[in-house]
Design a binder for this molecule. Structure first.
Ligand SMILES: [Zn+2]
Length: 623
């Protein structure tokens, strides 16, 4: 960056304070950050003397349209000759840079939008330039002109005098009549990426003799959303405090944002599904000065970044995470399934929209957090629906016809052990990756890592033998260095204690097991009455299974091999009539009484009377 060109307007206006955005306005095509394609094309046109008579610069605000127009004007009118690199030293370059050159007329389209102003412009167009080669009209926000004004302008554009150039700038090119568009050379200015803004702010901070933390610059750059001018206005506000050192906390404080550490503490309970903790963290963030609306936007950005990692994008796709948050984002991506992330984002997005028109901002935010905490089993349910409706869970190309809960879990464990190692399969439809045990946060990975790796091919949702008491053996035999041998007398107690540590669907379903014992191989056998086979099946799902195993391991102090089975007991199942003979109504009622169904109803505000039985198990017990 050319220092002399930076300080040029500053010297001129030394007597009075000039805002940062103006003081550091780019003065050459090479200084035009983020618009290299435009700069290159314009330089080429000037060098080859193929400059058109009307240009249209389009793009969002603060991306350099007016700056480019002034540079083009200097390039055409510089006293030292038309050149892609104007001298920036002559009187004409100086006066164009400061916006008060007699031959370069800057017109605000928004306040000069009528027919009279354009008529006057047409009269002036005929007058030759006072001292330079060209009379240049820069019309900003040109889309604001009235229809009549456009028509008057069109007459000039159709037969422009040799000495006149027009440069139109607009944020809304779609509002410009096609007759005008077709007579302009159009250049679309891109939004400037955060890295380029960051680098520029760094230079400015240096030049101002202020030390600004990299994270602080990063937050400003992200916040500016592609607008260099907005980013510089924010920096200006921070500089105006007079501090010589600016921290990330200064920036978050100014913008009403929660600092990264607070965001981390708020995200953790959302991932765990702990609504009480989430509300407590929200309260703390507000007490620290975070604005509710900003906080919801921050969460939306955060989970957007998590989503990119969950579908397998690289870190270069992270838009909102600070460099120090990357690992955390990736870890969260390992825990949340795509469906859950999409639902979370939807809740946050809807809330953000509602916040703008509500006075109950805090309550709305709290509702959003509680709803997110109750989304916890969306991916499990999605996987279960797939299991129930099709049965064929194999990922495309997989040899096995069934994707085993155990296999899915072991896959998940492999990822847990090596976070950030490569990408996950991007397909959310494959049951394996979609099933993300969410309760793994508090669990000890070592306890769980080896456990279900060799789970056998239990066809839990497939037609199976008529044997009433089929057993499902879960644990692997290898990798069981810390396996615990339970005494038969302790079985019941360990099971109950483990259940007390659990909550939600897992606990509800596991509680349906009525016979707890230790078998000949020292495995803990939890047996469910046949009429509660559905609860057994629910416990076999990867997330619930890993929770159960983690809880048992916690209680027993080591891995407990687990067998979940069912048994036929005339006494226990007496209450549940034989399903084949029950009416559809009775079937509905039975199913609605299942804890899993009740939870699903609660979660989705669903109507249990409209349940369909998609794939009844062959043994004909409860669905
Ligand atoms: Zn010059």
């Amino acid at each position: 960056m050319d220092k002399s060109s930076q300080s040029l307007p500053a010297e001129k206006a030394a007597a009075q304070y000039v805002v940062v955005a103006r003081r550091y306005r780019p003065q050459t095509f090479d200084e035009l950050i983020g618009q290299e394609h435009v700069a290159k094309a314009l330089k080429g046109a000037i060098a080859s003397e193929r400059v058109g008579h009307a240009y249209l610069f389009t793009g969002a605000r603060g991306v350099g349209k007016t700056s480019a127009a002034r540079i083009l004007a200097k390039a055409l009118n510089c006293a030292r000759g038309t050149s892609p690199t104007p001298c920036n030293e002559c009187e004409i370059c100086h006066s164009i840079a400061s916006g008060d050159d007699v031959d370069v007329l800057e017109i605000d389209g928004a306040s000069n939008r009528g027919i009279d102003e354009i008529r006057q412009l047409r009269q002036n167009v005929a007058v030759r330039p006072a001292r330079a080669r060209f009379k240049i009209y820069i019309i900003d926000e040109v889309h604001m002109l009235t229809k009549e004004a456009f028509n008057a302008l069109l007459k000039t554009l159709e037969e422009p005098p040799e000495h006149v150039k027009f440069i139109f700038a607009t944020t809304e090119p779609n509002k410009i009549p096609i007759t005008i568009l077709s007579r302009c050379q159009r250049y679309d200015f891109a939004g400037i990426d955060a890295a380029a803004i960051h680098a520029r702010l760094d230079q400015i901070a240096d030049a101002e003799g202020v030390v600004v933390e990299p994270d602080a610059l990063q937050i400003i750059a992200m916040r500016a959303a592609g607008s260099m001018r907005d980013s510089q206005s924010l920096l200006e506000q921070l500089l105006s405090s007079g501090k010589r050192q600016i921290t990330a906390a200064d920036v978050t404080g100014l913008l009403g944002l929660a600092p990264a550490s607070r965001l981390t503490r708020l995200v953790a309970p959302l991932v765990e599904g702990n609504a009480a903790a989430a509300l407590t963290e929200l309260d703390a963030a507000i007490a620290e000065g975070a604005e509710v609306g900003q906080l919801i936007d921050q969460l939306l950005g955060y989970f957007r970044d998590v989503m990119t990692q969950a579908v397998g994008c690289g870190v270069n796709q992270l838009l909102y995470a600070l460099p120090g948050q990357r690992e955390e984002i990736q870890a969260v991506a390992q825990r949340l399934g795509i469906q859950t992330l999409l639902a979370m984002s939807q809740v946050l997005d809807q809330t953000a929209a509602r916040l703008r028109v509500s006075t109950q901002v805090r309550t709305l935010a709290e509702m959003a957090l509680v709803r997110i905490c109750h989304l916890q089993d969306l991916d499990e349910i999605s996987a279960l629906i797939q299991q129930l409706s099709g049965g064929d869970l194999a990922a495309p190309g997989a040899a096995q016809p069934l994707s085993m809960p155990g296999a899915a879990l072991s896959k998940k464990n492999g990822l847990t052990e090596a976070p950030g190692n490569g990408r996950r399969p991007a397909s959310p439809t494959a049951a394996g990756p979609a099933v993300q045990p969410r309760a793994a946060l508090g669990g000890n990975a070592a306890d769980r890592s080896g456990a279900p790796a060799q789970a056998g091919p239990h066809a839990d949702f497939r037609p199976e033998a008529q044997d009433a008491a089929e057993a499902t053996t879960l644990p692997a035999t290898s990798g069981s260095s810390n396996r615990v041998e339970l005494q038969p007398a302790a079985a019941e107690e360990v099971w109950r204690a483990a259940l007390e540590r659990l909550a939600g669907i897992t606990a509800d379903c596991a509680a349906a097991a009525t016979r707890i014992s230790i078998d000949a191989q020292g495995r803990l056998v939890a047996s469910f009455p046949e009429c509660h086979k559905f609860s057994r099946d629910a416990c076999l799902r990867p997330t619930n299974l890993s929770r159960l195993e983690a809880a048992l391991a916690e209680v027993a102090g080591g891995r407990v091999p687990l067998v979940l089975t069912t048994h036929h007991d005339p006494n226990e199942s007496a209450a549940a009539a034989t399903p084949q003979r029950t009416s559809a109504k009775q079937q509905q009622a039975d199913a609605a009484a299942e804890p899993f169904v009740q939870r699903a109803v609660e979660l989705f505000d669903a109507d249990a009377s409209r349940m369909r039985f998609v794939a009844p198990p062959s043994d004909g017990t409860a669905p």
